[in-house]
Every structure is written in C-alpha cells, then in structure tokens.
Design a protein. Structure first.
Length: 169
C-alpha cells in the first residue's frame, strides 16, 4: 500500500524553489519579478477515511516570532490528487470546486510567494497536506487563517509535508 505523501515536480524535496514561487510585491524586499505562483503539487494515498483535504504553506524561519503563513486552502475534495501550477491565484479559478482560500499573512487571498529578508539564511517553505475527517470545514474566505488552521487541526486524521527552500542574496 502506498504511503500518504505530497510532492512537486517544480523543485526537489528540501531543494530550492524557482523564481516562479517568489513574491512579486516590491514592498517585501524583492525585485518584483517573481512569479508569485503556487507550485504544481501532487499527492497520493490519503487515509481511507479522508472526507476532505486542506493545504497550508508555512515559513517557520520568517523573522516574526511566529513564522509566516503563505497559503491556506480548505475544503479540497477528498478525491483530488493534484493542483496545477498557479492554483493559488487569488480568484481560486484553478482550485477544485468547493475549495476555499483564506487570507495569507500578506493579507491577500491565495498563495503569497517567498520573500525572505535579503541576505538571510535560506528559509523553509513547508507544504503540508492535511487529511480531514469532515466533508467541509465551516470556513468562508473571510475566516482568519488562524481559525481555518485551528479547524483543520481539530479535524485532522493525518498529514504529510514537502519542503522547499528560498533565499534572496
């Protein structure tokens, strides 16, 4: 039986993400030329009793005292096995029907790309796929990501991670 796992063909596990995953907002210390695109993701073998999925992307190395949440998506149908490149665009049009994105720590809907402080050590971006025991979380796009993550953890059966790195020299 296959193990519950998530991966991306856009970068190797624990390897560096390409510029496509860099934030494109100059106010965060980047050159503004990043793609701000969520990577293509695939997964397999969620637990048999999974009723829905949630995806979070977290940078524990951000100098905030509490890390930085780049993407929170809930209510992904249990039979979904991938998300295409750019699925995290703000309008959600590339997400499966019913999936909901809440605001990231940039204060925007969808995926917010990597923007570690220039010259800092490489930051880790942890893509965590959560298998949930409920069909839907009681979440709207206006729900805070902290509440969405609380509800996710409260209903989690299992999770799997895939980590990418990014740095600005």
């Amino acid at each position: 039986m296959a193990e519950f796992r998530i991966w991306s063909d856009d970068f190797p596990i624990n390897g560096f993400m390409p510029k496509a995953q860099e934030c494109n907002d100059k106010s965060f210390g980047v050159d503004g030329e990043g793609g701000n695109l969520s990577p293509a993701l695939q997964w397999e073998a969620p637990p048999e009793d999974t009723k829905s999925l949630a995806l979070t992307v977290y940078d524990p190395d951000a100098p905030t005292g509490s890390g930085f949440w780049h993407w929170v998506v809930v209510n992904i149908p249990a039979d979904t096995r991938s998300l295409p490149l750019g699925a995290g665009k703000a309008d959600g049009s590339l997400l499966p029907a019913g999936a909901i994105q809440v605001r990231n720590d940039y204060g925007t809907q969808g995926f917010g790309g990597a923007a570690p402080p220039r010259g800092d050590k490489p930051h880790r971006y942890i893509f965590r796929l959560h298998a949930l025991k409920v069909d839907r979380l009681p979440i709207t796009p206006e729900t805070t990501n902290a509440v969405a993550r609380f509800m996710t953890h409260l209903n989690e059966i299992d999770s799997t991670t895939y980590t990418g790195l990014y740095e600005l020299k």
